[in-house]
Write a protein that binds this ligand. Structure first.
Ligand code: NAD
Ligand code: ZN
Ligand code: ZN
Length: 345
């Protein structure tokens, strides 16, 4: 089969690889129909993710058809169309029983990281019964690819952890696919204000179309002032960090109102200053989270009932033969205006 392979920092290739087989009775083999590229795949290609070794097939998002199942799989059979979660979960270990699938003792984020992933014609999915979801009849399979990772990430790490509430004020720093997923799902709760902050005007324009009440280009250094002027000098009840660099976390520290929450989503590779000398008295909370993808069934229902349309995040489409172009396009988003790219097999 054809596969997209990480070959060490700065090196990638499309290779012919053997079709995967069942290794454990709880495995399924899925033939991929649609996959995509995540910002995290770009982190891997830079060499930022230590657990992902050269030779690994990348990809942790996708929709496909079950090709074969192990003897212990009861919820799926060959021919079923399935959504693949970026998080594999056994459903039985202590963390899974607490709904914290991201820390499953025999799963978590392993696809396209510690085991071969979805940017290939076939993928082996461990713990298939609890890590795959049936595709509802008639569902838009491209839109569903957004549910493998970015929708649950924006919703769980940003909106739920940030306790977005009716009438509340929200600032989302970072208007990439994940920040936009937080923007879409924050609207379930009818906050009074959702202020999107970025340095890329194209992405802010998308944010306005997606329901932001205000957008701020923070490159002039005046974002804090502007947010204060919009919130009677208080700041926001929820500040969501969706970039992953020190400057944007520190911006959230300045944006949060007394009693508010900073909900971090970004993957941070560097230490960040925490200004407790100012924040200790402000009754704030800070949350962090690796996506658990525990809200996937709920998000599937909101998609089915047209409460959200994540297909709006898709900007480009490629065939698998063009996957190198897909990486180029996705990797130069400021020029190409790419959000999510769909790769069809
Ligand atoms: N916690 C999790 O489980 C989880 C899961 C998936 C992704 N992530 C992380 O979420 C983050 C966002 O992902 P994405 O795919 O949307 O990334 P992205 O790179 O596409 O988007 C980041 C956005 O931040 C903007 N930006 C960069 N520097 C900025 C600055 N100084 N001020 C304001 N805006 C700035 C960029 O213009 C861009 O629009 C990444 O760090 C990603 O690794 C976390
Ligand atoms: Zn991802
Ligand atoms: Zn588990």
């Amino acid at each position: 089969m054809k596969a997209f392979v990480y070959r060490g920092p700065g090196q990638k290739s499309v290779e012919e690889r053997p079709k995967p087989g069942i290794l454990a009775p709880t495995d399924a083999i899925v033939r991929i129909l649609k996959t995509t590229i995540c910002g995290t795949d770009l982190h891997i290609l830079k060499g930022d993710v230590e657990t992902c070794k050269p030779g690994r097939i990348l990809g942790h998002e996708g929709v496909g058809v079950v090709d074969s199942v192990g003897s212990a799989v009861t919820a799926f059979q060959p021919g079923d169309h399935v959504l693949i979660s970026c998080i594999s979960s056994c459903g039985k270990c202590e963390y899974c029983r607490r709904g914290m699938y991201s820390h499953c003792m025999t799963g978590g984020w392993i696809l396209g990281n510690e085991i071969d992933g979805t940017q290939a014609q076939f993928v082996r999915t461990p713990h298939a019964d609890t890590s795959l979801y049936p595709v509802p009849n008639g569902a838009d399979e491209e839109a569903l690819v957004m549910l493998s990772d970015i929708l649950p990430t924006g919703f769980e790490c940003g909106v739920l952890n940030g306790k977005v509430a009716p009438g509340s004020s929200v600032a989302i720093v970072g208007s990439g696919p994940v920040g936009l997923a937080a923007l879409l799902t924050a609207q379930f709760y009818s906050p009074a204000q959702i202020i999107m902050i970025d340095v890329d005007d194209n992405r802010l324009e998308v944010a306005r179309r997606f329901g932001a009440t205000r957008t701020i280009n923070s490159s002039d250094g005046k974002a804090v002032e502007t947010v204060r002027s919009l919130t009677e000098s208080r700041g926001v009840d929820t500040a969501i960090e969706a970039v992953g660099v020190p400057a944007t976390f520190q911006l959230c520290e300045e944006l949060v109102a007394p009693g508010g929450i900073i909900a971090n989503i970004g993957v941070h590779g560097q230490k960040v200053d925490l200004h407790l000398e100012r924040l200790w008295s402000q009754n704030i909370a800070i949350t962090t989270r690796l996506v658990d993808a525990v809200t996937t069934p709920m998000l599937l229902k909101t998609l089915q009932s047209n409460r959200i349309d994540p297909s709006r995040l898709i900007t480009h489409r490629f065939s698998f033969d063009q996957i190198m172009d897909a990486y180029e396009t996705f990797g130069h988003a400021a020029q190409t205006r790419a959000l999510k790219v769909i790769i069809s097999l």
